[in-house]
Design a protein around this ligand. Sequence first.
Ligand code: 6PG
Length: 233
Amino acid sequence: MTPPTVWVGADAADACAEAARRLAAAAREAIAQREHAFLALAGGRTPQPAYTALRAMPLAWNHVHVVCTDERAVPPTHPDSNLGMLRRTLLDHVEGIHVHPMHGDASDLDAEAARAAAELEAMIAQPPVFDAMLLGLGDDGHTASLFPGHPALDERNRSVVAVRGASATVADRLTLTLPVLRAARLQLVLATGPGKADAVRRTVAGDTALPIVRATADCPCTLLLDPPAATML
Ligand code: 6PG
């Protein structure tokens, strides 16, 4: 099993800027080769400075298509919404970009998962191949909304599934599945802060109990870290 490449920046801002640079470079290459760039972007707190940096980069935004790797079962106006966060940090600041949301506020999450999957598969392929994917890393090794031990991790046919009851603190969600994560042409895992150090250590060690390891093993993947997240390497 080939572990991800590890890149450690000067600080969290540097790691986020590197993520933005690599996303922009992958998008430019995809546009040059295939006229469109399909990006799957993580939610949560960590990547927000990366999206702010990305919006300042010169890109043919009208050739860029963005999907959240996952979405919480809340409306876009809710503070926990990944689409809402992406709008605030990126989408509302660039002209012409295309966004393909999973609708977290759908009354039937399973039907919404099927709809979102059909949209991505019609637009890209089955499974959808993203030109670049920015993944986050939970302290427990989850990524997107694929949590340790959850049945959603074993989904091999559908591109998007609903995730219920992943933990007491986690709202119901929608997520890209493992086959989609693993099909990406480029995976970037952005992890900063000391709280991620143990999950980073276990990721590099190839601990397959971690969803991030199953999502990235033997894939073109780079971990983008700040020094506190790399202290256990
Ligand atoms: C989400 C993300 C999730 C996230 C990790 C890390 O919707 O929460 O997609 O996988 O990347 O939970 O979150 P932080 O960046 O907030 O630590």
